[in-house]
Design a binder for this molecule. Structure first.
Ligand SMILES: Nc1ncnc2c1ncn2[C@@H]1O[C@H](COP(=O)(O)OP(=O)(O)OP(=O)(O)O)[C@@H](O)[C@H]1O
Ligand SMILES: [Mg+2]
Length: 348
């Protein structure tokens, strides 16, 4: 069993609070993605788990054993760094073999394992090359292969695909997920790419300024974000937030549309995703200021009143620039937030 329990982990750099009491439980064999904008503390948390950084307060447990007081080498975790640390004076083969050599594994096992993981990351043709002569993307794959070769119980990955081109990234993403599932590895994977997070994760922990704001399945986070920060961070283009005011208790008006909402509020924000509306005879009023055909759909943007309002419509919708239209929301998909941005459950 290699479940991970992170309890109240807190870290400051000088007067800057990088992590503010992080609590997180990752199940055995789970693939957990830490998602957040640059500087929110993702790498710091991963480095604390790996033992490359020390927390000011808090504990880290793996498989029921407290590990935060152990040295990094005694924690039996593998880590792939954001800036791929490969040894330039070693060949690709020896770089990948590094962990296996440390474990003093017999040569035939080392050979077989290195060849196997090299094939997974498409490096089999480069095994004799010195790592100093590789491109960034190739070096990143060497780092990945080295971590996979030792079949760790826990894999910590910090943006391991960031230097790959779009196609290779897609391919490696799918491969990574199946490799780690097959090896029954518990994984914490850091990224700021929400599409990558959605596609890889069993659960996503969304971080913001040193705090985990929401931790749930990708679908639940997409459907029921706890606040406007998470709602705006997941999904592209982001969710629209329309100021709505109550015309009577539980009936709100937003962009000319009246609809049922939570009881007991006068002002709220109505959240609706661009993909959850279609053109109709009634709905939110919208002026098609920008019309961008994207292939599967057409992105329509209203830029009036400085509040951007977007809809992703089926590409069969024919519109002309500046046209006034009504956008009918899928009422099941409407979400409500307080003006401060906290989610409110609709009771009606
Ligand atoms: N050794 C350090 N000394 C001082 N400040 C640091 C140190 N390491 C990190 N920080 C600060 O702590 C905050 C969190 O850094 P961290 O590297 O964890 O961010 P991140 O979420 O991984 O960002 P990115 O997506 O850009 O990699 C940042 O504001 C960073 O500048
Ligand atoms: Mg980072």
């Amino acid at each position: 069993m290699a479940n991970i329990a992170i309890q109240n982990v807190t870290k400051s750099f000088g007067s800057y609070d990088a992590l503010k009491g992080i609590g997180l439980a990752v199940a055995d064999q789970e693939f957990l993605v830490l998602l957040g904008a640059s500087g929110c503390g993702k790498s710091t948390l991963l480095r604390i788990i790996a033992g490359l950084e020390t927390a000011d307060i808090g504990e880290v447990h793996v498989g029921g054993e407290r590990i935060d007081q152990l040295q990094a080498k005694d924690r039996r975790l593998a880590m792939v760094f954001q800036n791929y640390a490969v040894f330039p004076h070693l060949t690709v083969f020896e770089n990948i073999a590094f962990g296996l050599r440390m474990q003093k594994r017999p040569q035939e096992i080392v050979s077989a394992k290195v060849n196997q993981v090299a094939r997974m990351v498409h490096l089999e043709a480069l095994l004799d090359r010195y790592s100093g002569q590789l491109s960034g993307g190739q070096r990143q794959r060497v780092a990945l292969a080295r971590a996979l070769a030792v079949e760790p119980r826990v894999m910590l990955m910090d943006e391991p695909l960031s230097n790959l081109d779009a196609l290779l990234r897609l391919e490696m993403r799918a491969e990574l997920k199946s490799i780690l599932a097959a090896s029954k590895t518990t994984t914490i994977y850091v990224t700021h790419d929400q599409v990558e997070a959605m596609s890889l994760a069993d659960r996503i922990a969304v971080m913001h300024q040193g705090v985990i704001v929401q931790c749930d399945t990708p679908l639940e986070i997409y459907r029921n974000p706890v606040n406007t920060f998470v709602a705006g961070f997941i999904g592209n283009p982001p969710m629209n937030f329309i100021p709505a005011h109550a015309v009577q208790d539980g009936i709100f008006e937003a962009r000319g549309l009246r609809l049922h909402g939570p009881l007991g509020y006068r002002e709220l924000l109505l959240g609706i995703r661009p993909e959850d509306m279609q053109v109709g005879d009634a709905g939110f009023s919208c002026q098609a200021d920008l019309i961008e055909p994207l292939g599967p759909n057409v992105l329509v943007t209203d830029v009036q009143d400085s509040a951007v309002f977007r809809a992703a419509l089926s590409s069969t919708a024919t519109l002309s620039k500046g046209q006034s239209i009504f956008l009918q929301p899928d009422l099941e998909r409407v979400r409500w937030f307080t003006p401060e941005g906290q989610s409110v459950k609709s009771e009606s």
